[in-house]
Design a protein around this ligand. Structure first.
Ligand code: MLT
Length: 256
């Protein structure tokens, strides 16, 4: 299906910032960033990727099709380009966007993500999660993932993310697991990126640990790397002030 994604447009000024969520969530995971950037009059557009949130009728997209969906949103709002921010799965989509639509990319922030494709072990993990989603639903997949959170997670953050995860359909979650399993290695094309770029990672992120962030930071010309101490896999939720400072800096680098 090639419909239009659901999205939340904060309607600030300047180049919009497109916020692409992690798995298995939706655009609500960006509420802190939307509020904070609005205070700086920066326009943010938080999307629900196909299969998630209010885009749940759109399923079975490849990572490239997800990237193309973002372009349709830009066309719809009349934006020539955007700063694209992706966390984890959102980062996979953001890298596909950079590869497929470089002329629409004004800046790139990759958080708690990796450029490499799935290893054989990871593919086996996808199969287990597909089975889990089929039998027990989306929240069981989230519960299996929370080991990627730091050792003493804030229970309020876990509860917030779990509530978003529990709203997702098993079909959407399974389609995304298949998409992530089949995505290509994005590393070889990172050197072609020609826009301001920043990489953020939580020091305690066990799912996409700092050495993976370093690979991306080395590969993208001029990229800055920010390791947030004490944070795990969801830096925008766990350390919003630091996350937003990096993002605002990227916005300002873009407008300089
Ligand atoms: C995410 O946080 O989006 C996912 O854990 C990414 C993945 O499973 O590869």
């Amino acid at each position: 299906m090639t419909g239009l994604l659901a999205y939340e447009d904060s309607r600030g000024s300047g180049t919009p910032v497109v916020l692409v969520h992690a798995f298995p969530f939706d655009r609500r995971m960006w509420r802190r960033q939307q509020e904070s950037l609005a205070r700086h009059d920066v326009r943010t557009i938080a999307v629900d990727l196909a299969g998630f949130g209010d885009s749940r009728t759109m399923v079975r997209h490849s990572v490239d099709q997800h990237a193309d969906d973002l372009v349709r949103v830009l066309d719809h709002v009349g934006a020539t380009n955007a700063i694209v921010v992706g966390l984890s799965m959102g980062g996979y989509v953001a890298m596909a966007f950079a590869r497929r639509h470089p002329e629409r990319l004004a800046g790139l922030l990759l958080a708690d993500t990796r450029s490499s494709g799935d290893t054989d072990d990871a593919k086996q993990g996808r199969a287990a999660n597909i089975e889990r989603a089929r039998r027990e639903g989306s929240v069981a997949v989230f519960d299996a993932m929370t080991k990627a959170w730091p050792s003493a997670p804030d229970p309020a953050h876990v509860a917030e993310m779990r509530a978003i995860a529990s709203d997702q359909s098993a079909e959407g979650v399974i389609a995304a697991l298949e998409m992530m399993r089949d995505r290509p290695d994005a590393t070889p094309r990172l050197a072609e990126i020609r826009v301001p770029a920043s990489i953020i990672v939580g020091r305690e992120d066990e799912l996409t640990p700092p050495p993976l962030a370093e690979i991306m930071a080395r590969a993208i010309p001029g990229a800055t790397l920010h390791v947030l101490e004490g944070a795990g896999h969801f830096t925008n939720v766990e350390r919003p002030a630091e996350f937003d400072a990096v993002l605002l800096n990227l916005v300002h680098r873009n407008s300089d």
